[in-house]
Write a protein that binds this ligand. Structure first.
Ligand code: PLP
Length: 398
């Protein structure tokens, strides 16, 4: 392992824990044999609580976008009316895939940085009844906004109970609580390189019982991504095509680590890292891009001040071993993003804030070293519920 490997803080692919890396280096096995069958079963059953479902979950060997494409082609027929609720680049992509396959897509385009408004979704569905599906993004990675999925889903269910709800949870599932069954969601998609602490290469897609039923009559063309084939093969411990075995090893190990930590602790860690990122960036003088009420718990986007050149800024940060992400699409050069999902600790986020302090000092900006780090640390401690313990002295070993 490289002693000075970078602090990779982009919103996926995420850094891999050592045991996950080692898992990926293991010898191949027969993907039609019992060892693979046992592993696939572990991965699927280990994922289900994170989806919040008891329904079937499939494991596809493809990027997250392949999972989105699977959601579209398995659920819809050409000409179906679809409401694409887009709050950023990935919402645009989901709607675009539906259009490419011949769906009749109406878009609600929300100003980037904001969450979708349940009232607007309700209104759109009521104004033109008969939508086959609504496309929602849980965590819009391009803007750092996390949509209130339960509220949006309840609005859809209320106005248009027959309309399917398809959710892109690529960059959120596994990092924050999700209750697919309880919220009445039909298809949920996630990707191995995000909260699951594994390399890119797998998309996991869950579908509700009524979604599985709808796939029997949906007419969009599909072969590799036919979810029924993946479900049926999984029932025999297999995948229909050769899977990305090394990534399955990694997701298996990632899930083992997540189970050992406990889901509640995984979620609390993400909450604390997000609190540290937001507070630290603000203490450094950056304005956060997302509406604070819907700030993502897996990625924080901050505005680049006027005249701040991203390339030069990024170069200075990288020189200290920290890798952040720039803005996507129309936000290129206007924001930067700090990813805090999957294998991430509060201390790693504090490390980013410390480097940003150093870069500010190098640039001649007056700054008290440690001030932003201290603010970020305090926010994390507060998020973890440790602030009161610290002030009362509770928890200090005798
Ligand atoms: N949806 C969201 C919300 C994402 O963050 C991403 C990737 O960053 C994707 C979809 C696409 O995933 P992939 O790049 O694996 O195709």
């Amino acid at each position: 392992m490289d002693r000075f490997e970078p602090n990779l803080r982009i919103p996926g692919p995420t850094a891999l824990p050592p045991s996950v890396r080692e898992a990926g280096a293991r010898q191949m096995i027969n993907h039609r044999g019992p060892e693979f069958a046992a592993m696939l079963e572990r991965v699927i059953s280990g994922m289900k609580p994170f989806f919040g479902t008891t329904s079937d979950v499939t494991v596809l060997s493809c990027a997250g976008t392949g999972g989105l494409e699977a959601a579209i082609v398995n659920m819809l027929s050409p000409g179906d009316r679809v409401l694409g609720v887009s709050i950023g680049a990935f919402g645009d992509r989901f709607a675009k895939i539906a259009g490419v396959y011949g769906a009749d897509v109406t878009k609600i385009e929300v100003e980037w940085g904001r969450a979708a408004d349940p009232a607007a979704v309700r209104e759109a569905l009521a104004a033109q009844p008969g939508y086959k599906a609504v496309l929602l993004t849980h965590n819009e990675t391009s803007t750092g906004v996390m949509n209130p999925i339960p509220v949006l889903a309840a609005a859809v269910r209320d106005v248009a109970p027959e309309t399917f709800i398809l959710v892109d949870a690529v960059s959120s599932l596994g990092a924050v609580p999700f209750e697919m069954d309880a919220w009445g969601i039909d298809v949920v998609v996630t990707g191995s390189q995000k909260a699951w602490m594994a390399a890119p290469g797998l998309a996991m897609v869950a579908a509700s019982p009524r979604a599985w039923a709808a796939m029997e009559s949906a007419r969009m063309p599909r072969f590799y991504l036919d979810l029924r084939a993946h479900r049926d093969a999984a029932a025999n411990g297999q995948t229909p095509f050769t899977p990305a075995i090394a990534v399955v090893y990694q997701v298996d190990e990632g899930l083992r680590l997540m189970a050992a930590e406990g889901a509640a602790s995984v979620y609390a860690r993400h909450e604390a890292c997000a609190a540290a990122a937001r507070t630290g960036l603000q203490a450094l003088g950056f304005e956060l891009f997302a509406d604070e009420r819907y700030a993502s718990r897996t990625v924080t986007a901050a505005r680049l001040p006027e005249g701040h050149d991203w390339k030069a800024f990024n170069g200075a940060i990288k020189a200290h071993g920290v890798v952040l992400a720039g803005g996507q699409g129309k936000l290129a050069g206007r924001i930067f993003r700090l990813g805090h999902l999957g294998s991430v600790t509060v201390e790693e986020v504090l490390g980013v804030i410390a480097v940003l302090e150093t870069v500010a000092l190098e640039g001649g900006r007056p700054m008290t070293p440690g001030s932003a780090v201290g603010a970020a640390w305090a926010a994390a401690v507060e998020a973890l519920g440790l602030a009161s313990a610290a002030s009362t002295g509770a928890g200090v070993p005798a």
